[in-house]
Each structure stands twice: as C-alpha cells, then as structure tokens.
Design a protein around this ligand. Structure first.
Ligand code: FPP
Length: 248
C-alpha cells in the first residue's frame, strides 16, 4: 500500500510545526564545525517541505531562528543568515512551481537587510499560492509574540477601537503573528530534548507533541512518517471523554 493510500482513511494534521534541534550535536558527531550541521539541516528542511506537500499538510511551520539564537557566536549567526538567504533564493522557483506560499512569524526587523529583502520578495511572489503554506519562524519567541499582541490590544482599547469585553480567545488569536494560520495539530521536536523552548506557546495548547531523539540533519522522510503515524494513533479529545469522541 502506498503512503498516500494508507493516509486516505486517517487524519492528516492540517498544521505541523517543527522545532529543528540537534544540528550542532550531529555536526560534532561527524567531527565537523556546527555550520556543517546547519547545512545538512537545510537538506532536511527541503525534504520536510516536499513530504508536507505530498501528504496534503496545509501548513508547515519551521522554527528556524529564535529570539534567543541572537546570543550565539556572531559567525554562527552570520552562517545561519547566509543559509537562510541562499535557501530562499534557490527555492523561490520551486515554491512557485509547487504552489507553496511562504509566510513568516517573528520580529523580522532584526534580520540583516539583505536577508529581509529576499524574504519579503519571496513572501510577496508566493502570496497567491494555496497548496502548502511554509511558515518560517525567524527571530521568533512565543513570549515576545504574546507581549506584542497584548500591547496591540491595549492600544486598541485605549483608542476606543476595542472594548474590554471584546477580548476573548479569538481576539488574542487575531493579534498574534499566526493570525493567518490554524493552530498546529502536531508539534515535533527533534534532537532528544523535551521542551517547547518558547515556541508557539499560545497556539500549541492542543497540539499533539512528538519528541524524537533523531537529530534534525537525520530527520528525513521516514522519520517524518513515524511522527505522522504516531499522530494518527493518538486520540485527540479536546477535554471531552473518549466515549463522547467515539459517538461523534
Ligand atoms: C537547532 O540546532 C537549529 C537551529 C538553531 C537552526 C535551524 C536552522 C536550519 C535547519 C537551517 C536554516 C533554515 C532554513 C529554513 C533554510 P542546534 O544548533 O541548537 O543544535 P544543538 O542543540 O545540537 O547544538
């Protein structure tokens, strides 16, 4: 049975979010510098995007650079920015061909001007696509996102555009970077750590979380498939009982 056939009767997550961890440790295991691990990580990014498109996942969010990652040594930060820029330049034609829309979340004002320019061009050029949304988290932090959202809401209340009673979960959703996206259904973290590291703190409230020891550079099609299979075996109850879910 092909992967696609076996998927037909099983739920496919609409939105998969991934914390791509383990590039540095993988590079060390190969006696190579950290950037070698990030470069190999770009190949895994490519494969994950390809799989997501094939399997009918609507949104793939990748945690490519956190607010905390700015604290890394300058050469590593520079190397990551270079990889991101090259990836975007190289992949634009493929995104257009494969109907992929690129979006991003995070404080992109902090990105180097040239990287930001390439990012903004790719976002604009792919904005009409509607098969897969590839959403890159760049200079992203969940706490900073919540604070930004709350500040925007407070400003609107102050200026009379919103009243306090309008503030509910939908209102909060609408004031986050992810306002254009459904919440993640499946959140994957590679690299053997079991924490959220400031990723999608609000949005992941009901996500199924999958931790794997596989290092990101080795997270290829079969490892992604394992995560998907595990998701398909979970019962998502959203606070209800198992019996309620089974009776529909
Ligand atoms: C975490 O591994 C990974 C990152 C901080 C960067 C992820 C970036 C890429 C995969 C490449 C560029 C991205 C795109 C979208 C083209 P780590 O360095 O923290 O690994 P460690 O925990 O083993 O040190």
């Amino acid at each position: 049975m092909s992967v696609q056939q076996s998927f037909d009767s099983l739920p496919i997550p609409r939105h998969v979010a991934i914390i791509m961890d383990g590039n540095g440790r993988w590079a060390r295991s190969q006696h190579k510098p950290r950037l070698f691990g990030h470069k190999a990580g770009v190949d895994s990014v490519q494969e994950a995007v390809e799989c997501a498109g094939e399997w009918g996942i609507e949104v793939l969010t990748l945690y490519a650079f956190s607010t905390e990652n700015w604290k890394r040594p300058a050469d590593e930060v520079g190397g990551l920015m270079g990889l991101l820029k090259n990836y975007l330049l190289k992949e634009l034609s493929r995104m257009l061909k494969n109907n992929i829309r690129l979006t991003c979340i995070g404080d992109i004002e902090k990105l180097p001007t040239d990287v930001r320019a390439v990012l903004e061009t790719s976002i604009k050029e792919t904005s009409g696509n509607d098969k897969l949304t590839l959403n890159l988290a760049l200079s992203y932090g969940g706490r900073a996102e919540l604070i930004r959202g709350i500040r925007n809401i407070v400003e609107k209340v102050r200026s009379g555009k919103l009243s306090v009673s309008d503030i509910d979960e939908d209102c909060m959703d609408a004031h986050l970077y992810t306002a254009h996206l459904p919440d993640p259904d499946l959140l994957i973290r590679t690299g053997g750590e079991s924490r959220l590291s400031n990723f999608l703190l609000w949005q992941a409230s009901y996500a199924e979380i999958y931790f794997t020891d596989v290092m990101w550079p080795e997270f290829r099609r079969n490892a992604f498939l394992d995560a998907l299979r595990e998701y398909q075996n979970r019962e998502r109850r959203f606070g209800k009982t198992s019996a309620q879910i089974k009776s529909g």
